[in-house]
Design a protein around this ligand. Sequence first.
Ligand SMILES: Nc1ncnc2c1ncn2[C@@H]1O[C@H](COP(=O)(O)OP(=O)(O)OP(=O)(O)O)[C@@H](O)[C@H]1O
Ligand SMILES: [Mg+2]
Length: 328
Amino acid sequence: MLEVQDLTVTFHTGRGTVTALHGVDLTLPTGRVTGLVGESGCGKTVTALAVMRLLRPPGEIRGGRVLLGGQNLLALSEREMDRVRGARIAMIFQQPRASLNPVFPVAAQLTHVLRLHRGLSGRAAWAEGEALLARAQLPRPERVMRAYPHQLSGGMCQRVMIALALACRPSVLLADEPTTALDVTVQLQIIELLKSLQQELGLTVLLITHDLGLVAEMCDFVSVMYAGRIVEAAPVSALFRRPLHPYTRGLMASRMRAGSRALPAGIPGRIPDLHQMPAGCPFHPRCPLAQGLCAERDASPETVDGGDPAASGAARMVRCHFWGRGVA
Ligand SMILES: Nc1ncnc2c1ncn2[C@@H]1O[C@H](COP(=O)(O)OP(=O)(O)OP(=O)(O)O)[C@@H](O)[C@H]1O
Ligand SMILES: [Mg+2]
């Protein structure tokens, strides 16, 4: 299990320091798929980068823990963390082509990783590289090995990224909108591939997405993020049956589409500027349930009955003073 506890991240900008993540808690149960959803700018990518310790200045991790097998990744040295990234956690990104090195053929990138992290070289590395490409369901892997990223389609680049991620035999995969940049038909193929690899390898997956349909299809659990906070977390079936937080309810009503950068139609207003965060609950200016209290102080996370016997009593969390009033 990978557990993020109270993760806080700031950015130092010309206009002052902003808090992009505000005590984020996230649990990724082993061998399951957990979705992370929320509007553009709410902190999804920053969360994944912080877990990988790939956040670059002006971003800074100010507090919290990332526990993997009981070890706090935030307390490791850079070298120790390199080893974790090479063997236990991998990440794939929204822009697969941009994530590959344009000046080297696929083979060089794959064999580099295999040499560095698995000590394979020469023929063994080449053969394993081809096997990984085949595993990512790339046709004619021997040809893909010799190709440069610009010679491959976006979908093929994402398959190469997946092969690279698997090269380290990770147990945890962070997938940041892995299909958003791709055509719809290719999106479906990549999702099918991720699904089958997840099941085959028993991967623990964090799937970052705008697409609630994808969450319903792929995820076991889901966390909903707003303005750098997790506002609701639940087993997927329970969340869809009975969304508790007014923000989640708004998202459901507007069914954010894949790749959509538009604001969800069901929620008036927009996500607050981090430089001008409203006092109290950051959602209150847009919230149909808001009362005076909401402008005064933020709600604390509240554990409520899982409401889903199928999910073996997994508790759910909601962070709202008045969630009960909006729920049938
Ligand atoms: N380099 C940066 N400098 C300053 N602020 C940043 C920087 N990167 C991110 N942020 C802040 O962190 C917030 C969260 O960004 P993040 O990229 O995690 O959003 P996201 O949820 O992944 O959005 P999207 O759905 O568009 O990918 C942003 O709103 C922004 O204010
Ligand atoms: Mg993002």
